[in-house]
Structure formats: structure tokens, C-alpha cells
Design a protein around this ligand. Structure first.
Ligand SMILES: Nc1ncnc2c1ncn2[C@@H]1O[C@H](COP(=O)(O)OP(=O)(O)O)[C@@H](O)[C@H]1O
Ligand SMILES: [Mg+2]
Length: 377
């Protein structure tokens, strides 16, 4: 070996500990050298960092007890004994991915290659180790993102399909509403009047749900106009009505009769309020006891909307972060943490605001303000 350096240009032979020691210490991979009994005789700082040990504290310890987790220890001891007796080994010279034991007791994945090195009478095992934790969690995250993307693509496709269906329904529904209104006039004062009024109300309700649905499906190009807030909220509640009923939630509304239309983007406001109603529904569905949702609108400058639920409320720690994009306390697939962030963006772009009522006792109360129109002011 020593000749090699000389032959290729007269470099000093790399055989002394004085030279090899610092080389091992500088390695990015962990290096653990053990004698034939499995006692650790040398470790570099990378290995100490990987396994969480203080400098020097691994020396002299049995490798099996220091870095091999309990469930692999028997196999490890067995392998060492067999190698000593027969010279056979299933691990030497191979790249393996194994669980390793951290000093604090947790297990983590490593890539490891163990070599037997002989120099004269001296024989050692040298293990080269890489911590795979970061790579594994990155792989998990990539898989999670891929799954999420897949779900989103599916939802987007479904949204487009349903959007088309909703548009198709709009025209016949307009006929039903129009004819019902005409009939209602024509049948005023007759025994059929009540029936036809019910028919028109039901058709109106379908129309609000459809309009809310189309608002939810629409992309984000702004469309300013005049918004009848009470109508919009009734539509949003009806849109979520099926889920609310299924979760056994009692809905109460209290809309100020003096409320004039406010300037705003109908579809965007629908998206924001539906996000708040969905949050309330999720909060209520997860708890026992009374499940109440109350939506209140007060005219004024600004107009104030309160959305109160009798759920568990938002913990103080989460309150500060609730409006951050991607902040969520939900399980994977139940929410992406964008509801409140997007709602805030929409209300603020209307010159309004959204806040969690800190004074509310029990449950969660969201307060939204929106500027009233000029006339109203
Ligand atoms: N009405 C509510 N009751 C209790 N917690 C809520 C309520 N609304 C929001 N939160 C909390 O705020 C977090 C962020 O909400 P949001 O931005 O809508 O994202 P997501 O609903 O996707 O988690 C939720 O994960 C939840 O912890
Ligand atoms: Mg949400």
C-alpha cells in the first residue's frame, strides 16, 4: 500500500495515525471502528453527532449495546458469533439500511456499510454510517404532497364537471321560478295560493344554493358589485345545510332588517363565509353536547357579521396562528389550513376585517366587519 503514494508522484504514505486520524475525523459520514469483540476503539465526530453521544463517550463500549436497537440486538450478536466461528458474514461489505439506536432511546434509519480491515496482526470492523432520517422524512413529505396533488386534481376535475351541471340547471330553474311567480299572482286568493308560494320558495332556495355553488367553483377574477349580505349568508348556510343537518347542528340566524346591499364581490364573499361555516361545522361535529351555530348581521358602518359556534373554541396558542396560511390542527386530508387565511385576504381586500372574539365565553366567535355602501353611511 505504501508504495502507491510513491509511485504516483512521491506523496507521503498515508499509513500513520497522525495522518489517517484527522482524515477520519473530517469525514461527513460517521465512522465507528470496533475490535473483533465488538468493543468500540475509534469514533469520529460525525458518528458521535449521528448517535447523539458526547465526544469520547462511546469509546470502549460494546457496539451492540451502544448503537443497535433492542429488537436487532440478538441478530447482531448472533452474526458476530457466527463470523468469529466460521468467517461467514451476511453484512460485511454490503450497503444496508437499518434501524439504529440514538442515545436518547429513539430509533432512526441509517445507511451503513461494515468492512473488516486487517493490518498485520490487527483486525477491526469499520462501520461507515449515514443518518437517513432527513431523507426519509423528505420522502414521506414528497409522497404526502403527491397524494394531496392527486386529490386536488380529482377535486378540480369534479368541480369543473359539477360547475357545468350547475350552469345547465340554472336555465330550467329560472323557468320554474318565473312561472311560479306568475302563478302565485294569478292564484292569489285561491286555495292553491299557499302551495304555489311554497313551490316558489323552494325554487328560490335551489337558486341560492346553485348560485353559492357556482361562486365556490369560480376562479378568482374579481367582480365587484352590490351584495345583499343576508341573502348571501342564507345561501351559504343552505349550501352547507346538508352537512350541518347531518352533524346535528342547530342553525339560528339573526339578520338586521335594515341591512342595505354593500359593495363587494359576491362570489369571493361566499367563499370566505363558507370557509367560516365549514370551520364551525368541523368544530361542532367533533364534540358531544349541544351543537349550535348562530349567524348574526348588524347594519351600521361597518356592517358586522358574527359567526358563533358552541364548539371547543380555539386554544390560545392556536389563536395567534389560526390566520396563517397552512396552519391547521386537522388530520391529513381534512383541511389544508387555508380557510381563515383566504377569508382574511378577501375581507381585507373589501376594506373589512376578521377577528376571533377574545371576549366570547365557550365556543368560537368570529367577527367580520365589512364597509357599508356610501348611501348607508
Ligand atoms: N370555529 C372554530 N372552532 C375551533 N377551532 C377553529 C375554528 N375555526 C378555525 N379553527 C382552528 O383554526 C385552524 C385553521 O383554520 P383554517 O384556516 O380554516 O384551516 P383548516 O380548517 O384547513 O384547518 C383550524 O385547524 C382549527 O384549529
Ligand atoms: Mg377551515
Amino acid at each position: 500500500m505504501n508504495d502507491v503514494g510513491h509511485r504516483h508522484g512521491g506523496i507521503a504514505p498515508l499509513s500513520t495515525e497522525a495522518l489517517i486520524g484527522p482524515v477520519i475525523d473530517a469525514s461527513l459520514d460517521g465512522v465507528v471502528i470496533a475490535d473483533l469483540d465488538g468493543r468500540i476503539v475509534r469514533v469520529n465526530p460525525a458518528a458521535e453527532a449521528i448517535f447523539g453521544h458526547a465526544p469520547g463517550s462511546m469509546l470502549g463500549r460494546a457496539i451492540g449495546e451502544a448503537i443497535v436497537p433492542a429488537h436487532l440486538r440478538a441478530a447482531h450478536d448472533h452474526g458476530m458469533a457466527r463470523h468469529a466461528a466460521t468467517g461467514e458474514s451476511r453484512v460485511l461489505g454490503k450497503r444496508l439500511e437499518l434501524d439504529a439506536l440514538h442515545r436518547d432511546g429513539h430509533h432512526f434509519p441509517v445507511e451503513i456499510q461494515i468492512e473488516k480491515i486487517e493490518q498485520g496482526d490487527t483486525q477491526v470492523y469499520a462501520a461507515f454510517v449515514r443518518d437517513l432520517s432527513a431523507r426519509r422524512s423528505m420522502e414521506t413529505e414528497v409522497a404526502r404532497q403527491r397524494e394531496l396533488l392527486h386529490q386536488q386534481e380529482k377535486l378540480a376535475a369534479l368541480g369543473t364537471l359539477l360547475g357545468g351541471v350547475a350552469h345547465e340547471l340554472n336555465n330550467p330553474l329560472a323557468v320554474v321560478i318565473g312561472r311560479a311567480a306568475l302563478l302565485e299572482e294569478a292564484l292569489a286568493g285561491t286555495p292553491q295560493e299557499r302551495s304555489i308560494a311554497k313551490l316558489r320558495e323552494a325554487a328560490d332556495r335551489c337558486h341560492r344554493i346553485l348560485r353559492t355553488f357556482l361562486a365556490m367553483a369560480r376562479e378568482s377574477r374579481p367582480r365587484p358589485g352590490q351584495v345583499a349580505l343576508a341573502d348571501l349568508l342564507a345561501g351559504a348556510l343552505e349550501f352547507c345545510g346538508y352537512d350541518l343537518r347531518n352533524a346535528g347542528i342547530t342553525v339560528a340566524t339573526d339578520f338586521d332588517p335594515d341591512l342595505a346591499p354593500i359593495p363587494g364581490d359576491h362570489d369571493q364573499l361566499v367563499q370566505a363565509f363558507v370557509a367560516l361555516i365549514v370551520n364551525a361545522r368541523q368544530a361542532l361535529a367533533g364534540q358531544d353536547g349541544p351543537r349550535r351555530l348562530r349567524v348574526t348581521v348588524r347594519a351600521g358602518q361597518p356592517v358586522t357579521v358574527r359567526i358563533e359556534d358552541s364548539g371547543p373554541g380555539i386554544a390560545a396558542a392556536a389563536r395567534a396562528r389560526a390566520f396563517e396560511p397552512f396552519f391547521t390542527t386537522r388530520r391529513f386530508g381534512e383541511g389544508g389550513g387555508s380557510g381563515l387565511a383566504v377569508a382574511r385576504g378577501i375581507f381585507e381586500s373589501h376594506g373589512g376585517s376578521i377577528a376571533i372574539d377574545a371576549a366570547a365565553t365557550g365556543g368560537c366567535t368570529i367577527i367580520v366587519t365589512l364597509p357599508a355602501g356610501k348611501e348607508a353611511a
